[in-house]
Design a protein around this ligand. Structure first.
Ligand SMILES: Nc1ncnc2c1ncn2[C@@H]1O[C@H](COP(=O)(O)OP(=O)(O)OP(=O)(O)O)[C@@H](O)[C@H]1O
Length: 229
């Protein structure tokens, strides 16, 4: 379980997150939505231990985020940060050498599903295909927490649907908590258990997606239209 207690994150004088309280349960697929600059990436980086809160506390499965906890979190960055001269295979092998929880067989399985060629250099891949490599490298890890920052950006709308379905088949929903930020909420609405909305560094809503549908007859998009106006 991920728990943020009264978390504030400032970058200089800019407050990116403001006194956020949030609890996310294991075994859930959760979407984090919000406008540009609302604090989504900051939230993921804090949970991943890449940046530290200005005040407040973040725990993963009851333990305060530190280097050891951070290593049990798989994080897909919104940036392209892999070594350009690596082939897809090199990137997989490099990750296998870095993370004890990396499942190399699963990585090749996801790579095939993503229709990636192992010998292609990353620098020769399109943005969408580099995005697929990031998904492979993230989902091949057996970690209790998986954080994905805009995993579908750059992906062709024609294949997005099948990749979203594939994502479900490659995560362990019994054990893993998956937190995804996305602007493509329509595409992932059907796979989400919960949705969290953030605005100007504040959490303005957190719902079970089935409850939204059953009790309020709202899709996530309808609900977002209501709360963001
Ligand atoms: N390293 C940084 N230094 C200074 N300000 C930052 C830094 N990173 C983020 N910010 C600011 O913090 C706020 C939240 O940014 P964040 O990247 O978390 O938003 P986001 O919701 O992920 O946005 P987007 O949808 O555009 O990716 C923004 O105002 C942003 O300009």
């Amino acid at each position: 379980m991920i728990k943020l207690t009264n978390v504030t994150k400032k970058y200089g004088s800019r407050t990116a997150l403001n006194q956020v309280d949030l609890e996310l349960d294991q075994g859930k697929l959760i979407g984090l939505v919000g406008e540009n600059g609302s604090g989504k990436s900051t939230t993921l980086k804090l949970i991943a231990g890449l940046i530290h809160p200005t005040s407040g506390e973040i725990t993963v499965n009851g333990e305060k985020v530190n280097r050891q906890i951070a290593s049990s979190v798989a994080y897909l960055s919104e940036l392209d940060e892999y070594y350009r001269f690596f082939t897809v295979k090199d990137a997989i092998e490099f990750h296998a050498s870095q993370f004890a929880d990396f499942d190399i067989e699963k990585a090749y399985e996801i790579m095939d599903f993503m229709k990636l060629e192992p010998e292609k250099k990353l620098k020769h891949l399109s943005k969408g295909n580099r995005g697929r490599v990031k998904i492979v490298l993230t989902l091949a890890r057996h970690t209790p927490v998986v954080l994905m920052d805009e995993p579908f950006s750059g992906l062709d709308p024609m294949v997005r649907n099948s990749i979203v379905k594939g994502l479900i088949s490659f995560v362990d929903l019994e054990k893993q908590l998956i937190l995804i930020t996305t602007h493509e909420i329509r595409e992932i609405e059907n796979i989400l258990d919960e949705v969290v909305a953030i605005k100007d560094g504040h959490i303005i809503g957190h719902h079970n997606v089935d409850d939204l549908r059953k009790e309020n007859q709202l899709s996530i998009v309808d609900w977002m239209n209501e709360i963001y106006g």
